[in-house]
Ligand binder design. Structure first.
Ligand code: PMP
Length: 412
């Protein structure tokens, strides 16, 4: 006779899997080998520790560096008022909410944030998530049922791609920033019998390219084919549009849905979806990445709330970040670098082309006291160093970084 305990004992003593049917077999992967090789040569740019206050200058490998690898666009991570808001929230509520938004994880801070964020982006209602990734994923999985399709720009963020993939709908890509490629796809979809609903998802500002979506044209394509439009404003909020309200308002359109994150201009961690109240209410009852995860912590929520207020009221920050990006972009071009990005964005990609060259230039820049982010395949089609600036960088910071690029130019 066997009981439950014997069965468990049986599981524990079952023979080890043969290499081919062992899920661990795949960890012997060429990418891991490359990773170790890059690490041994000092060229691995990933999972490296930075020290010091999160701001325009930080410490890397014990040396000060100009920080050009941060999404802290408005420089609010070190602002005393944002810090104090986080401290006050910890004093009042404690460190964590230990539960889902659905149950014990909602505070008055959520309601305040949701009302103010919806107002900022000009939509009816908003819903705060623990991360921006969860917001995009949850929204798309909830909205896209069988027979529906998502058309996603080929350079859009992974969370939009994953949202389409993990949903019951169909995921289609269209060529980056080509509204006519989108139109062709939407037309073909509509010509199918029994075609369901359509959602078009784009980034307002592309995180690697630093370019803006042609939103007026994309919105027109959506209305032609009866598609709903979602604009991911992760890199636009605080930087683009009137009062930093994003690329949709900059383009003069009102999308159906906006996504935003707290992990960039808002100096914190978390994300939100804004849209019509019935959609927000539907997410509250269906959205698994909202319901089955813990709410963000009080300190993050309070920091994001304070940062959003400062982003809206202190217009010098938006002006300064854009001016710094222009100064960097112009200087890099003068040095002969292939520097991109729209003049309205805080992102300045420096295209290098080859993964190893990108690692070598990244290391050479560090030797010159400049920290950049290295982006290689599959994140980008051509390897690049992604640089971005803050409102709180001084002209001296930008000029020091340019001097570093000049000195590192032979590593290109
Ligand atoms: N969308 C875009 C365009 C992003 O760049 C990011 C973060 N890199 C996200 C969504 C996800 O946001 P979060 O960091 O809040 O998860």
């Amino acid at each position: 006779m066997t009981g439950p305990d014997d069965e468990r004992a049986g599981e524990l003593t079952s023979p080890p899997p043969k290499p081919v049917d062992d899920v661990f077999a795949k960890v012997e992967d060429a990418r891991v080998e490359q990773w170790h090789l890059a690490e041994s040569l000092g060229l691995l740019p990933f999972f490296r520790e930075l020290r010091g206050e999160v701001g325009p200058r930080m410490i890397f490998e014990g040396k000060p560096v100009v920080m050009l690898g941060s999404n802290n666009y408005l420089g609010l991570t070190a602002d005393p008022r944002v810090r104090q808001a986080a401290v006050d929230a910890v004093s009042r509520y404690g460190t964590g909410l230990t539960g889902s938004r659905l149950l014990n994880g909602t505070l008055p801070l959520h309601r305040q944030l949701e009302e103010e964020l919806a107002d900022w982006v000009g939509l009816e209602a908003a819903l705060v998530f623990t991360t921006g990734y969860a917001a995009n994923l949850g929204l798309m999985v909830s909205l896209l049922g069988e027979g529906d399709a998502a058309f996603v720009d080929s350079a859009a963020h992974a969370s939009l791609v994953d949202g389409g993939r993990f949903s019951d709908g169909t995921l289609r890509a269209f060529r980056h920033n080509r509204p006519n490629s989108l139109r062709r796809g939407l037309r073909a979809w509509r010509e199918q019998p029994d075609a369901g609903g359509l959602l078009v998802a784009v980034d307002g500002v592309y995180s690697m390219e630093g370019d803006l979506a042609p939103l007026a044209d994309i919105a027109a394509a959506c209305s032609e084919f009866g598609a709903r439009l979602l604009v991911d404003e992760a890199h636009a909020l605080g930087v683009v549009g009137p009062d930093g309200s994003g690329s949709a308002r900059e383009a003069g359109i009102r999308p159906d849905l906006v996504m935003g994150t707290f992990s960039k201009s808002l100096a914190s961690c978390g994300g939100f979806i804004a849209g019509p109240r019935p959609v927000i209410d539907f997410l509250k009852v269906t959205c698994r990445p909202l319901l089955f995860t813990a709410s963000g912590v009080p300190a993050s929520l309070a920091a994001a709330l304070e940062a959003s207020r400062l982003a809206r009221s202190e217009s010098w920050r938006q002006e300064a970040v854009v001016a710094n990006a222009r100064r960097l972009r112009r200087g890099l071009r003068e040095l002969g670098y292939d520097a991109g990005g729209d003049d309205r964005s805080a992102i300045v990609p420096v295209v290098v082309g080859d993964d190893w060259k990108a690692g070598t230039l990244w290391r050479a820049l560090l030797e010159q006291g400049v920290y950049t982010n290295c982006a290689v395949a599959p994140a980008v089609s051509k390897a690049l160093l992604r640089t971005s600036v803050m409102a709180t960088h001084t002209e001296r910071d930008i000029d020091d970084a340019l001097a570093g690029f000049e000195a590192a130019a032979s590593a290109r």
